[in-house]
Design a protein around this ligand. Structure first.
Ligand code: FPP
Length: 267
């Protein structure tokens, strides 16, 4: 692993308050290419360098999980040539990066409806999943042929199917834990930080359940330009946030102040 550059605001990051799980909507590859009069696929190709850099920085920081939105179920609507290029780039990335992934102890996983992927892509993914399954470092989780709604549908159908097989369908009650346990991300902490590049203010069907309390960070930077400094800025911004999870921050009004307010209201 390379030592961390001191030029980036790395020293400003509080290692005790790192997001456990970072999720990224990698957007803007097409615009990056258009601004250079290049075909869209050139943007995807350049996007792979941003993936490499982001994985490297997250590993160095000691982030527990990184989820990247690589292909949505809606992306099949794109021209066939673009979709095929995305599969080619993904396979190339996996085969080229496997040695580095292994060296860094990364556990590779992916989520989405894998059965609909072209067989060579599925096989390449399975090779890397199997080769890294026993690693204990960062989990690099790729969302491929992924949709947040489809994930919830799959989770609920899984719960129903288990109950049916075990003969307890009639008394079945579903709670939040049961759903979380059947999501593709079961076993991972919910993302603390959701980054979206290219300035779009949308969630795009990504991790709909898991981002309930994620901090959102949208940057104008297009994905192919996203590098270590951009990620560090996002984390620094995250560390300035006051996360209350629906409660009050520790620095909020003291209990005695509320008693006074309640007394005033009662008069
Ligand atoms: C969104 O940009 C990006 C994608 C749909 C694909 C992301 C793929 C990569 C970064 C390369 C391969 C991935 C891995 C994990 C190696 P867009 O095309 O929607 O951009 P636009 O909105 O500017 O058109």
């Amino acid at each position: 692993m390379r030592p961390i550059s001191m030029k980036a605001p790395f020293h400003m990051i509080d290692p005790a308050r790192l997001p456990a799980h970072i999720a990224i909507i990698m957007d803007g590859n097409g615009r990056w290419a258009r601004r250079r009069n290049l075909p869209r696929v050139a943007g995807h190709k350049a996007g792979v360098d941003a993936v490499r850099s982001t994985v490297e920085t997250c590993t160095e920081l000691g982030i527990q999980a990184l989820t990247l939105y690589a292909f949505s179920t809606e992306n099949w609507k794109r021209p066939r040539a673009e979709v095929d290029t995305l599969w080619r780039l993904l396979r190339l990335y996996l085969s080229r990066e496997l040695p580095q992934i292994l060296r860094n102890g990364i556990r590779f996983t992916c989520m989405g409806r894998m059965d609909q992927l072209p067989a060579p892509v599925r096989e390449e993914l399975e090779t890397v999943i199997d080769a890294t399954a026993r690693n204990s470092g960062m989990c690099l989780n790729l969302a491929i042929n992924y949709s947040g709604r489809a994930e919830l549908v799959d989770a609920l159908n899984g719960i129903l199917e288990d109950a049916r097989l075990e003969g307890r369908l009639r008394e079945l009650r579903i709670d939040e834990q049961a759903i979380a346990a059947r999501l593709y991300t079961a076993g991972l902490p919910d993302p603390d930080l959701l980054i979206r590049t290219s300035g779009e203010m949308r969630i795009s069907n990504f991790l709909l359940w898991q981002i309930a309390y994620a901090e959102l960070y949208v940057t104008e930077t297009l994905w192919p330009d996203f590098r270590r400094a951009d990620l560090l800025h996002a984390i620094l911004d995250y560390q300035k946030r006051d996360r209350r999870f629906g409660g009050l921050s520790p620095a909020g009004p003291a209990e005695t102040e509320w008693i006074e307010v309640a007394g005033t209201l009662a008069r």
